[in-house]
Design a protein around this ligand. Structure first.
Ligand code: BG6
Ligand code: MG
Length: 220
């Protein structure tokens, strides 16, 4: 049996939005007088917007009610979306286009599986919307990674079973979600140190496509 579908996480796999998330959360944290740095930003990788806010607010002495939290999340997203206006196809990460072309040539289905509610806007900015057979994102799920919901939805949208799917992720939460979905998990960048990733790579430039598509290749 071979892998017949590949699900890509978006932020940190297709495009790097880390800096924009950092700048937007930093502005909110400064406004609220809460300590926030790049190391804390790293812990927000793959985590939903509201859960990220809870992590940031946990460093405050103050308690925030739901209404205040909604307003802070809204403000963060306004700042973030303004920064996303700068995104262009130049921001697509190395190896992505080449991999998409090679997968298409082999008739492998491709999907996005992202926690981000900004997925449609980001894909539009980098010009890749029509390159995917399915797009499962933060707008269509109830439970964020490490819950497997977004990947199971992507598989369902492509009409394939989870066991023939490989997921490419840059976050521990995403690798956990892929394994919980019963899928092969490829960790790149920050996720290349994840103990439960089936394949570990610095980035997508040196990906061996046969290794990616081999369902039995479970450890690198
Ligand atoms: C994930 C990012 O892809 O999306 C997280 O790694 C982010 O950092 C999450 O919090 C939600 O994103 P958005 O765009 O819906 O705020
Ligand atoms: Mg990611």
């Amino acid at each position: 049996m071979k892998i017949s579908a590949v699900i890509f996480d978006l932020d940190g796999v297709i495009v790097s939005t880390d800096e924009y998330h950092y700048q937007a959360w930093k502005e909110i944290s400064d406004q609220e007088n809460i300590y926030f740095d790049r190391e804390i930003n790293e812990t927000l990788r793959g985590v939903s917007r509201m859960e990220s806010l809870d992590i940031i607010l946990s460093r405050s002495d103050r308690r925030y009610n739901d209404n205040e939290k909604q307003l802070l999340a809204l403000r963060k997203n306004e700042i973030y979306c303004k920064l996303l206006n700068n995104l262009s196809p130049n921001n697509i990460l190395p190896g992505v286009i080449n991999l998409l072309l090679r997968l298409k040539a082999r008739d492998i289905k491709v999907a996005i599986g992202s926690s981000s509610k900004n997925t449609p806007f980001i894909l539009q900015q980098i010009g890749l919307t029509s390159n995917f057979d399915a797009i499962a994102d933060g707008n269509s799920i109830k439970n964020s990674k490490p819950d497997p919901e977004v990947f199971l939805l992507a598989a369902d949208m492509m009409g394939v079973t989870p066991m023939v799917c490989a997921v490419i992720e840059d976050a521990q939460a995403g690798i956990d979600a892929a394994k919980a979905a019963g899928m092969k998990a490829v960790g790149i960048g920050s996720a290349s140190t994840c103990l439960n990733a089936d394949l570990k790579l610095k980035d997508l430039t040196n990906l061996d496509i046969d290794q990616l598509l081999d369902v039995n290749e479970l450890r690198s």
